[in-house]
Design a protein around this ligand. Structure first.
Ligand code: SF4
Length: 227
């Protein structure tokens, strides 16, 4: 079965939209998508959505965020978790955008990666969701699902991105993150995946080796630390 057909099969059973997809559909500006992606680190979509809305109701431009008091930013984005680190980061990113890019978010990978605290996943999210440029943002869902369904056999998201870029036709890159994020939230859950309602159950090898290896590694580390 072609990659596009597998993605089609998953896509038709998904309900609702993930947060970044919602912003992209509403044609929100690249700055909001960049900031929202930074806020989304290690938190749920609902928290990112709320923090983004609260922040942008008050400060919606690089000028406003860069000149805002950091304690106030912390309060506004509190819901997203790790709010101290994230407040400092969005302030710093806003300052660099003003100083180097005239307040505009760059639309190429290398310039995005040069922004403070912006890694490959965030840069690729901005390319895909803000500019519709083909890229493969690999978050925890994309990494996990790509391994489970046997598309890749990788130990970390960076390697997964490289492997997927070699494997998946370019015309499918833009939709892959959107579909896998929602699929990972609704069906191919991190714990207790719902195989019984999965639209690709018949072709899935259910390869959990990457997750089991990670679990073993963590257990070993924990055992060492209590010795
Ligand atoms: S069969 Fe299970 S492991 Fe495979 S994609 Fe579906 S939910 Fe995930």
């Amino acid at each position: 079965m072609k990659f596009s057909e597998i993605l089609d099969k998953i896509d038709v059973v998904l309900e609702g939209e993930a947060h970044l997809d919602e912003l992209a559909r509403e044609r929100q500006d690249p700055f909001k998508i960049l900031i929202s992606t930074i806020l989304s680190a290690r938190t749920r979509d609902a928290n990112t959505r709320e923090a983004t809305q609260t922040l942008f109701a008050k400060h919606n431009t690089p000028e406003r965020i860069s000149s805002a008091n950091v304690e106030q930013l912390e309060k506004l984005i509190y819901k997203s978790g790790f709010y101290k680190v994230k407040a400092a980061r969005i302030k710093e990113v806003s300052q660099v955008l003003l100083e180097k890019y005239n307040g505009k978010v760059p639309n190429n990978f290398n310039e995005l990666m040069s922004l403070p605290g912006v890694g490959a996943k965030t840069a690729n999210c901005v390319l895909v969701y803000a500019y519709k440029i083909p890229a493969i943002p690999v978050d925890t869902h994309v990494h996990r699902i790509s391994n489970r369904i046997g598309w890749v056999n990788t130990k970390n998201p960076g390697k997964t991105e490289d492997a997927l870029r070699d494997l998946i036709p370019r015309d499918q890159w833009i939709r892959l993150n959107r579909i896998f994020v929602k699929f990972g939230q609704e069906i191919c859950l991190p714990n207790n995946p719902k195989h019984e309602i999965c639209p690709i159950e018949d072709i899935c090898p259910k390869d959990f080796s990457m997750e089991l290896a990670l679990k073993k590694k963590k257990e070993k580390k924990n055992t060492k630390s209590v010795k």
